[in-house]
Design a protein. Structure first.
Length: 215
């Protein structure tokens, strides 16, 4: 059968895989964003601490995704768990780096003004520094999401959810009549999801970033 016939015959399974793929990436991005911003807040005031945080999270990215999931299987087992842990770890670097850069880039006179009107340190962070650092943080989230969309496909190696299962099934059955269709369907599905997520981030940026500080 041709590709369109394959999509028509398998659309229900493909939609399920796409939903699981998007859900896994979204949930891991939420966790990675919370952890990454907290690390950025904890380290941005110190050059040494910021360098350690950036170096540590960048080191994680040097580990091949297949090896990372393979190392996690004996610890957390097969399925969703190694997928969640691996994706969360891989998503940290862009968020941590951009959080540190964004917080360090806040105009010190604005922080001094906030301090001068009696704001506490926490209020300065929540009402002045983080809102002004939000544009680069959002950029880091966008970059991390695009990375995780591709990396999540490897989760099928550990019986994880998502469109990677379609790709792995196609690779495992190379030579069969639907092998190419399976790989192509999984790959295009991931591309479409990545574009939809990025469009959503653009909309979030429009809604949450004041026009005066948009890049």
């Amino acid at each position: 059968m041709n590709f369109w016939e394959y999509l028509d015959s398998r659309h229900q399974q493909l939609l399920t895989d796409a939903y699981q793929h998007a859900s896994a990436v979204f949930q891991c991005m939420v966790v990675a964003t919370v952890i990454g911003v907290l690390i950025g807040v904890a380290t941005y005031r110190s050059d040494w601490a910021g360098s350690v945080a950036t170096t540590a999270t960048s080191t994680i990215l040097t580990i091949p995704s297949l090896a990372m999931i393979g190392l996690l299987i004996p610890i957390v087992g097969l399925g969703v768990a190694p997928t969640v842990v691996a994706l969360t770890l891989y998503g940290l670097l862009p968020i941590v780096r951009n959080a540190i850069v964004g917080l360090r880039g806040v105009d010190s006179t604005l922080v001094d003004a906030a301090r001068g009107i009696g704001m506490s340190r926490t209020a300065q962070l929540l009402k002045v520094e983080l809102p002004l650092a939000w544009p680069p943080i959002l950029t880091g989230i966008r970059v991390a999401t695009q990375m995780l969309m591709g990396i999540a496909a490897i989760a099928a190696f550990a019986s994880g959810p998502g469109l990677g299962n379609e790709i792995f099934r196609g690779i495992a059955s190379l030579g069969s009549k639907n092998a190419l269709n399976q790989v192509l369907a999984g790959t295009l599905g991931i591309v479409v999801l990545a574009l939809l997520f990025d469009a959503a981030y653009v909309l979030i940026g429009r809604l949450t970033i004041p026009r005066g500080i948009r890049a």
